[in-house]
Design a protein around this ligand. Sequence first.
Ligand code: 13P
Length: 345
Amino acid sequence: MNAQTLIDTASALVAGDKGLLAMDESNATCNKRFAALGIPQTEAARRDWRELIVTAPGLGESISGAILFDETIRQRTDAGKPFAQALSDVGIVPGIKVDMGAKPLAGHPGETVTEGLDGLRERLAEYAGMGARFAKWRGVIAIADGPGAGLPTPACIDVNAHALARYAALCQEAGLVPIVEPEVLMDGGHSLARCAEVTEEVLHRTFAQLLAQGVLLEGMLLKPNMVLPGEKAATQDSVEAVADATVAGLLRAVPAAVPGVAFLSGGQSAQLASARLDAMNTRHKSRLPWALTFSFSRAVQQPALDAWKGDAANVAEAQQALVFRARCNQAARRGGYDAKRDAPR
Ligand code: 13P
């Protein structure tokens, strides 16, 4: 492991006011989003969509790194350039999702453990050879309260934290910066306070494993959920309350040696994701030991996908929508997003 390379890559990914773009949807997830818009669910259509993203004019001005899926890192632009190369050429660091998805956790109904550790050392070497400089692994934690339920269980939190740390150590051995993504889902009717409690516990357990397994904190990034009320909760808290609860939990659980925290969007609307990130940076900037930025998929891509609809005639309009959302989040990172106008100030 070359520690300085890891530190340099991690720092570059969160430098200035840029953020990351997650474009690493599995084929199943990508197809589901395509199906909702009547777009063919084929490898060719997925390639067309990823080409639209990678070649969007000006994307590198607001995006520091892009996370690819296995199929995508093996594909090329119409001009014949591998996507990873096309990204590098516009100053965007290519990364790769390396987990194999969340699978049912034995003996724990309603809970999952993320798989993909077997053979990971070899896969990381292959991805590094294809130009990837960082990686991502997502653990998934569901909240379910009420009689007899009581999720998450400690077992679910622990197995996912353990796997995240095993993945992160293997990444660093291979010279790739691990993005550690423990996602507490927003599905359900739980309160903001319940999400705060679970998120903090998950982060404590995850960092305990990262430390126990010798992961270099300066050479990794954290990709957490924001602390939110469940999407079906009767009380939907204000942007400011979400920002305050999220920052409070992170300050308690994330060591200052970590260079950056880059949020997932998790099903929030594009506008709310921008407004909440902006509020965190506006209200708390001087207290933050790490960069607070974004690594959104849906909150950056969805408006562009809605504009594209699989039609080549809509490519330019979709690219503009994509870059606009990236710019809104770039503004949010520096506390310069105007939520009323939904635009950078
Ligand atoms: P969302 O921003 O759509 O939650 O996706 C981020 C991600 O990378 C999920 O793993």
